[in-house]
Ligand binder design. Structure first.
Ligand code: GLC
Length: 752
């Protein structure tokens, strides 16, 4: 559609510079002289929040009517790539109908702390799940001609001081956790655009971090699209353009155009850099024009029904003692809690949708049973209300069973600020205790965007985590409560027992705009498993109204050096009703030489089974799935050795395991005077070079054992093993010159 090179040749410097920031909050700049149109971008990941720009100066929060789908925290629990692709497609239809060219999502930052106010929008604590879910959403949207903006690149893991916080993140966790999800989404989703994050990483704003935006994103991962800022994230327009940023949003005023043009005239921005940036804006405009489907209409009610279906697949049955659920239809059921009537189904901030309609559980439940309603608590209060509780207890007593609708009121979690507690409001906890005492057949439904502490979890027989389930969430909850649908989702994040147990408790959200990721790679289940800590509900956990058995775990080979291995497992529905099972595949190193998680999710699959049916689930793994980020080589390295490949129903419900040997060259060992003697001796041929040290060292060790006994010998050998070569002069009669010559000779030795 656009001849980009021709246009670049015809454009003036000023015209090219004008493209490098928005026209306003939501549009790119047109160049009418050359027939370059403006395109519109709009939020958000679970529904179209398009400002109604027919009005003068539309406010930030005015948005047209759209369908609100379940938020990311829930859809990630579906572990279902096809569901996310379908969601992307539905959102694309709504964007096409509204002439929106780019939808600002998916939001895929890792859940470092459950306190993060934005976690309702994000997917997981695990980079593989987060990256796969994001990639699927991208494919579904872009396949229908609408661009995405994968956000927020990178490490936007808190809302506190998000626009200026400097995060100190060591290389390994940065690569293995906070970039790995984006790497997977970029390489498997091929996003048209990325949105850089507000924060600094190791001292540099993401909006002007050339290592991040060019070296990693483009040179390593092959990203070929455009990078825009988060709204207001640009710190230095010129530095941004030189780093691989193309579009500053929203418009920061004419001076940034002039600043860029002056920088070109000064030579601080080369014509090549300017054409590269302007060319990427033109490429985006071209992709949007290519993808546009004029006259698109869609069935809003059909989208509403889809939202209900997706919500069913995104709600996690955490507990179901004595098979309390599903409830019998036609009985008398007490629905207690304000969320039964006013469900909280989305979060606050840029993703907030003007929903086309809302379906609450009270309305939907009436299709299944006689519902008695009691509000139970006041959404705007925290203190228990004795009158409301008394009404609720009365309703619970009169009914065959009770369902409590609890969760986090709007102001408890939102974009823009973090939570300071994982607790539910006290008036809700008090209500649980009172109702449970009156009605043992009580289930709890939770409406929250991130984990909450559940002090009564071991006493309430059934708990359904509904997350923020979109505008039809009440229908999905009713469908699941009464068995119209069988729950199949599994947690994409750990529910801890206490806030104090969380991995970054001591460092979140940091002090004075400085966040130190001192927990390293120990995020989510990686942390709790490594420390064998109890949790309320583990990553990957979720129940069904039926049961499943795993059998016949098979690897296509028991040795992996390059290429890939096929892993398959049979799953049987051993219960009485149809259901879907999410099978998780973890990799578990048996004797790692570096500190590694107990297990890491590397693949997953969802399988639908009729009662009694068996199907084989097959996935493939590659050496990269066994690798960690080795800072010595600044790259991925799969340690040679033995691993277990595990087929699991959750990170703490490992059903089957098979041993696999990974073959790989040993790491090149950096040889220097710092090198411990024991490491040096592992280099083939080293002993003859170190012979002079050897004899002296052995004589010292021998002396020690004469004088100090075996323990003395062991101590001396351990000391010697870890003695840096340069320190040998202090404990053996070799000279510094001898050591230097030995190091030189060792450096010349070929390593295996
Ligand atoms: C917000 C959000 C971002 C959103 C953008 C536009 O600050 O961080 O996710 O897309 O601004 O509303």
């Amino acid at each position: 559609m656009l001849d980009i090179q021709k246009l670049l040749a015809e454009m003036t410097v000023e015209e090219k510079c004008s493209l490098l920031q928005g026209k306003n909050d939501w549009y790119t700049v047109p160049v009418e002289r050359l027939g370059i149109p403006s395109v519109m971008v709009s939020d958000g990941p679970h529904g179209l929040r398009k400002q109604d720009d027919s009005k003068e100066n539309p406010g930030m929060n005015e948005a047209i009517t759209a369908v609100c789908f379940p938020a990311g925290a829930g859809t990630a629990c579906s572990f279902d790539r096809s569901l996310l692709e379908e969601l992307g497609g539905l959102l694309a239809d709504e964007c096409q109908a509204e002439h929106v060219g780019v939808l600002l999502g998916p939001a895929a930052n890792i859940k470092r702390s459950p306190l993060c106010g934005r976690n309702f929008e994000y997917y997981s604590e695990d980079p593989v799940l987060s990256g796969e879910i994001a990639a699927a959403w991208i494919r579904g949207l872009q396949r229908k001609g609408v661009g995405c903006s994968l956000k927020h690149f990178a490490a936007n893991n808190q809302e506190t001081l998000r626009m200026c916080v400097n995060e100190t993140i060591p290389e390994r966790p940065l690569r293995e956790i906070y970039l790995a999800n984006f790497e997977r989404a970029v390489t498997r989703g091929k996003p048209w655009t990325m949105m850089c994050s507000y924060n600094k990483i190791n001292g540099t704003y993401s909006s002007e971090n050339s290592w991040l935006l060019t070296d990693v994103l483009r040179k390593e991962w092959g990203f070929d699209g455009l990078v825009m800022t988060d709204w207001g994230a640009c710190n230095d327009h010129v530095a941004g353009i030189k780093s691989g940023l193309e579009l500053e949003m929203p418009r920061a005023g004419d001076d940034d155009d002039a600043i860029a043009a002056q920088a070109v005239r000064d030579g601080r921005i080369s014509m090549e850099e300017l054409d590269r940036a302007a060319g990427r804006v033109l490429q985006l405009v071209d992709r949007v024009l290519e993808g546009r489907k004029e006259g698109m209409v869609f069935d809003r009610e059909a989208h509403h029904r889809k939202s209900r279906e997706m919500a069913r697949e995104a709600m996690v049955l955490l507990k179901n003692d004595n098979e309390l659920l599903p409830l019998a239809r036609g009985g008398k059921v007490a629905f207690i809690g304000a969320f039964a009537e006013n469900p909280r189904y989305q979060g606050g901030g840029s993703s907030h949708i003007t929903s086309s309609r809302e379906l609450c559980a009270l309305e939907a439940g009436a299709d299944y049973a006689e519902i008695i309603y009691a509000r139970g608590f006041d959404l705007t209060a925290a203190e228990p209300d004795a009158g409301l509780i008394a009404e609720a207890v009365q309703a619970a007593r009169e009914a065959d069973s009770a369902v409590l609708f609890l969760g986090l009121p709007d102001e408890r979690e939102s974009e823009g600020y973090d939570r300071t507690t994982l607790a539910l409001p006290e008036n809700q906890n008090a209500l649980v205790e009172a109702v449970l005492a009156a009605q043992p057949n009580t289930a709890v439904v939770l409406h929250n965007g991130a984990p909450v502490v559940l002090p009564w979890a071991d006493r309430v027989p059934a708990i359904l985590e509904a997350y923020l389930g979109g505008q039809a969430c009440g229908g999905a909850v009713a469908d699941l409560l009464f068995g119209e649908a069988n729950p199949c989702a599994k947690l994409a994040e750990t529910f801890p027992l206490r806030l104090e147990d969380t991995p970054c408790y001591l460092d979140f959200p940091g002090d004075g705009g400085k966040a130190t990721y001192s927990e390293g790679i120990w995020v989510g289940y990686r942390y709790y498993d490594k420390r064998s800590m109890p949790v309320c509900f583990p990553f990957g956990h979720g129940l069904s109204y039926t049961t499943f058995e795993y059998s016949n775990l098979t690897l296509s080979t028991d040795t992996l050096e390059k290429g890939e291995i096929t892993v398959s497992v049979d799953v049987t529905n051993t219960g009485k009703r149809a259901g879907k099972e999410i099978v998780q595949f973890y990799v578990h190193p048996l004797a790692p030489q570096v500190s590694r998680p107990v297990r890491e999710l590397k693949e997953f699959a969802k399988v639908a089974l009729e009662s009694g049916e068996t199907k084989t689930v097959t996935v493939t793994l590659t050496p990269r799935d066994f690798a960690y980020w080795e800072t010595g080589i600044h790259g991925w390295y799969a340690e040679p050795g033995e691993y277990l490949v595990e087929a699991a129903a959750s990170s703490r419900d490992i059903r089957l395991e098979k041993k696999l040997t990974v073959v790989n060259r040993p790491l090149p060992v950096p040889v220097s005077g710092d090198m411990p003697y024991g490491e040096a001796m592992k280099i083939p041929g080293a002993e003859k070079i170190l012979d002079s040290f050897l004899k002296d060292a052995q004589s010292i060790a021998g002396l020690a054992s004469d004088q100090l006994g075996e323990s003395g010998k062991a101590m001396m050998e351990a000391m010697l093993r870890e003695l840096p070569l340069h320190s040998c002069c202090s404990f053996t009669p070799v000279t510094r010159e001898t050591v230097a010559k030995a190091v030189e000779a060792l450096q010349k030795l070929p390593q295996a």
